[in-house]
Design a binder for this molecule. Structure first.
Ligand SMILES: O=P(O)(O)OC[C@H]1O[C@H](OP(=O)(O)OP(=O)(O)O)[C@H](O)[C@@H]1O
Ligand SMILES: Nc1nc2[nH]cnc2c(=O)[nH]1
Ligand SMILES: [Mg+2]
Length: 152
């Protein structure tokens, strides 16, 4: 990836809240299925904003680099997705989204960020990100010392 897009916690929360607004009225939903792990973060925001307390997970692990695209399902919520919001933090190639759609055909599948290859696979998302850009999520970052510009 040639570019980087750094996301802070407050921007993430702001975008996730915008997603929540588009999921009103909340009464239409039985609950949320978070695509763990990235989807746990927007799921918490949606659950809070929409007053939903039924939160399930689908736990997916990607294989090694030499087996790119292969996914292993470690745990799945037992439903066809009817009345559920399935949420992930982002869609990139769309490989994860394809698998999720097969598992929960009746759910509404949303993400906070979407790159062009994956965007057609989600029902809604908030922020467009170019395909060549790596999204740095706040839970993968930490505060660190930055040396003064003038220091040699
Ligand atoms: O559209 P794709 O190319 O499939 O990529 C999107 C997926 O990649 C990331 O998860 P990752 O597999 O890194 O695992 P994690 O959520 O446990 O960090 C992200 O949270 C999405 O689930
Ligand atoms: N953090 C992060 N995880 C990803 N998984 C697939 N694409 C991305 C990305 O751009 N950022
Ligand atoms: Mg993920």
């Amino acid at each position: 990836m040639s570019e980087k897009y750094v996301v802070t916690w407050d921007m993430f929360q702001m975008h996730a809240r915008k997603l929540a607004e588009r999921l009103l009225p909340a009464s239409q939903w039985k609950g949320i299925i978070a695509v763990s792990r990235g989807g746990l973060f927007p799921a918490a925001v949606l659950a809070r904003e929409l007053g939903l307390r039924h939160v399930e997970t689908v736990c997916i692990a990607s294989y090694d680099h030499d087996q790119q695209g292969e996914l292993r399902v470690l745990h799945a919520a037992d439903t066809d997705g009817e009345g559920f919001i399935v949420v992930d933090d982002l869609v990139d190639t769309g490989n994860t989204a394809k698998e999720i759609r097969k598992m929960y055909p009746k759910a509404k599948f949303v993400t906070v960020f979407a790159k062009p290859a994956g965007a057609p696979l989600v029902d809604d998302y908030v922020i467009d990100i170019p395909q060549n850009t790596w999204i740095e999520q706040p839970w993968d970052l930490g505060l660190g010392f930055v040396p003064p510009i003038a220091r040699k």
